[in-house]
Design a protein around this ligand. Structure first.
Ligand SMILES: NC(=O)c1ccc[n+]([C@@H]2O[C@H](COP(=O)([O-])OP(=O)(O)OC[C@H]3O[C@@H](n4cnc5c(N)ncnc54)[C@H](O)[C@@H]3O)[C@@H](O)[C@H]2O)c1
Ligand SMILES: [Zn+2]
Length: 339
């Protein structure tokens, strides 16, 4: 199946077939950037591209966030220089969101921008990070340095995602559920019905479509695209105040956002949100965390503006709205997650 997201062709496949890269005159070299957990897939992609008579270098980077640094980016630029990666050549990211964020960033900046193609190998990468052109590396804060740089193609191989360990499935499923809650009631139903066993055949295209629609309306995230932050205002605060993963924290953040939605805009399906998060196997409360610290961290990130803290709320499933919330609502959000 193929979807268009702006300039990007998203291909959802089962097994790698065909030429993989879009036609491009003058392309001689490909630099594949990959991480430890994706090395098998990187080998497959590399073999395919060599068969197409391209000069291929596989450049491994450290795992997870360790890859998203200016130092690692600098090492990659040095490698590109040594192998002679030119303006007509292509950078390929094979891995989770950390790899596609980094690969997109170095592609957007090497020689003022060369082509990038992504092969996301985690569910989160497939339904979220590889879609929409945001790239970046971390400084003291996450994703502080970056560019918008659209991949020409994203190839999501469902066969790879089927084999993911459940912790990685949960990470992506939290974002897929988020996509459903802000834009696709059927997707929410599917996750409610089958939890982590839900067919990826159904989940991946549906979640990609929701993200694609928001990106299309607002490619540079100045308005509508902010809806994709549903669950992330409280979620990020929980993540920074704990050792919970991003997906776990966003799950909890969605419970908080559902509670505020109920109180502030009359959302009637809070319990369904909580049930769906439980079905994925994620926690719905975080009692034990330092309440004051979580409270202080809410709104430290980008969701704050001059008028205060903004939160994405739900009027109904599939109908998000961006609202300023006051202290009463923040307290209610914290209570809803056991703080
Ligand atoms: N650009 C965006 O719009 C956007 C959106 C959401 C998230 N992100 C970014 O994405 C990153 C998180 O992505 P992630 O959760 O994919 O994390 P990740 O890239 O850190 O990968 C998580 C782990 O999965 C392993 N892995 C990768 N593929 C695997 C496979 N097929 N089988 C087994 N293990 C595998 C990796 O080696 C790593 O240990 C964060 O840096 C976040 O900022 C970006
Ligand atoms: Zn997220």
């Amino acid at each position: 199946m193929e979807l268009k997201v702006g300039a990007t062709e998203v291909m959802i496949v089962s097994g790698l077939r065909g030429g993989l890269l879009p036609e491009r005159e003058g392309r001689r070299r490909v630099a594949i950037i990959t991480q430890p957990g994706a090395s098998q897939q990187a080998v497959l992609v590399s073999r395919r591209l060599k068969e197409a008579n391209l000069d291929v270098d596989v450049l491994g980077v450290p795992d997870r966030e360790e890859a998203k640094t200016l130092n690692v980016a600098a090492t990659l630029y040095e490698r590109f220089s040594r192998i002679g990666l030119g303006r007509e050549d292509t950078i390929v990211g094979v891995g989770g969101g950390a790899v596609t964020d980094l690969a997109g960033f170095v592609a957007g900046t090497w020689m003022r921008g060369v082509e990038v193609v992504h092969f996301p190998t985690t569910l989160l990468g497939a339904v979220d990070a590889s879609i929409g052109g945001k790239t970046g590396v971390n400084l003291s804060g996450k994703n502080l340095v970056g560019v918008f740089w659209d991949p020409t193609r994203v190839i999501i191989d469902l066969d790879v995602l089927e084999k993911l360990p459940s912790a990685l499935l949960q990470e992506g499923m939290a974002e897929a559920l988020k996509a459903g809650l802000i834009g696709d009631a059927d997707l929410v139903e599917a996750i409610e019905a089958d939890g982590l066993e839900v067919s990826l055949d159904k989940v991946v295209p549906a979640a990609v479509k929701v993200k694609a629609e928001y990106v299309k309306k607002d490619p540079r995230e100045s308005s509508e695209r902010a809806m994709l932050n549903f669950g992330h205002t409280v979620g990020h605060a929980v993540e920074y105040a704990s050792s919970f993963s991003h997906g776990t924290s966003v799950g909890v953040g969605m419970v908080a956002a559902a509670a505020v939605s109920e109180a502030d805009v009359g959302f009637a399906e809070k319990e369904r949100v909580i049930d769906a998060i439980s079905r994925i196997g994620l926690r719905t409360s975080v009692n034990g965390l330092d309440r004051t610290r979580v409270r202080d961290l809410i709104g430290v990130d980008k969701k704050r503006d001059r008028k205060g803290i903004r939160m994405v709320l739900l009027e109904a499933i599939g109908q998000p709205t961006l609202r300023h919330v006051d202290d009463t609502m923040i307290n209610l959000a914290l209570e809803a997650i056991g703080l």
